[in-house]
Design a protein around this ligand. Structure first.
Ligand SMILES: [Zn+2]
Length: 334
């Protein structure tokens, strides 16, 4: 095609974005300035640990639930401007509780701010309430209860994330199972640090039906085949993967192998605050670096329709919007 695709206008889902790692930079700097705390964003990270260190500085800046609510609203505004039809940030109330309130209170604040912003900006917004598998089981149970209380009412998924892959999921099975019984999709971080075992553990031990990352499956044909057979959506984050050394480069990114194997993937920013690229950038960078045309990008964007949380209305809006975008872009019309 020879011209840059306008991926901002491509209708899409954005479902792998950590709330605290996705606030707009200017919003975080505004709060830092108000508090007199020097704050800057490093160009690179030494490793994943260095990244986690920086990550924690943002929740620590936030002093009250009002600030938290404002940030949630600003985040949704960014998603709307990026052509996102369904936005499902991963929220970790435990990063703010008990400092700003109980787990339930913090969750309520986040969810209601996200829902108000969804109505204002006319997109569907859910929340992936995420358990940290390095924390204890009673906390996970409390987080799951806060999620279940709002299942189908602003909360759409229960997630797991942690330093270690594969996690020892056994302490978290009751929490995850209760959330799944309440209708929440189970989404696990896996295949970012470790390959085969981490993905199989997520599928078999907690019944994940969606994987955050999953890119290291690329080296394991049996895992790729299973993800494709079971249509497990992998929420891939190309820029984050390169920044943290999970992928050698965008040109060699594993997403090509996943797509070739028939694994349904979505493209996501992970932590746009730190990696300085939004969800639309993921699509344009993958197109440039992997040589994908508008049809290939549209095929990936259509995988968003596989997410069970989408309303029928938003699913139809997503699919017809993608068709329109692809035909216009392919035809070369303005
Ligand atoms: Zn993530």
């Amino acid at each position: 095609m020879g011209r840059r695709l306008n991926t901002y206008e491509l209708p899409k889902v954005h479902v792998h974005a950590h709330l605290d790692g996705s606030y707009p930079r200017e919003a975080v700097l505004r709060i830092a300035r108000r508090r007199g705390v020097p704050f800057e964003f490093p160009e690179t990270f030494a490793d994943v640990w260095d990244f986690f260190d920086h990550y924690g500085r943002v929740p620590a800046l936030i002093e009250d639930l009002e600030d938290l609510a404002v940030l949630c609203e600003e985040l949704v505004a960014v998603a709307a401007a990026e052509g996102v039809v369904f936005f499902e940030p991963a929220i970790e109330p435990q990063l703010y509780a008990p400092r700003l309130g109980s787990i339930d209170r913090v969750t309520a604040t986040m969810v209601s701010a996200l829902q108000e912003a969804a109505a204002k900006h006319d997109l569907q917004v859910g929340a992936n309430v995420t358990i940290n598998t390095d924390q204890d089981a009673p906390l996970a149970d409390e987080i799951a209860r806060a999620a279940i209380r709002r299942a189908g009412d602003g909360v759409t998924a229960i997630g797991t994330a942690g330093f270690h892959e594969p996690a020892d999921y056994s302490p978290y099975v009751p929490a995850v199972r209760a959330a799944a019984d309440a209708g929440l999709q189970v989404v696990a971080h896996a295949g970012q640090v470790e390959g085969r075992e981490s993905i199989l553990a997520a599928l078999d031990e907690i019944g994940a039906t969606r994987i955050s990352h999953g890119v290291l499956a690329a080296a394991h044909p049996d895992v790729l085949a299973r993800l494709a057979d079971e249509q497990i959506v992998c929420d891939v984050c190309p820029v984050s993967n390169v920044a943290l050394g999970v992928s050698p480069s965008l040109r060699e990114h594993q997403v090509a192998a996943l797509v070739a194997a028939g694994v349904p993937v979505t493209l996501n920013a992970d932590d746009s605050l730190w990696f300085d690229h939004g969800v639309s950038d993921q699509y344009s960078l993958v197109a440039v670096n992997l040589g994908w045309d508008a049809h290939a990008l549209a095929d990936v964007a259509r995988n968003g329709a596989l997410l069970p949380a989408l309303t029928e209305e938003r699913r139809a809006e997503l699919l017809t919007g993608i068709d329109r975008w692809a035909s216009r872009d392919v035809a070369g019309q303005p």
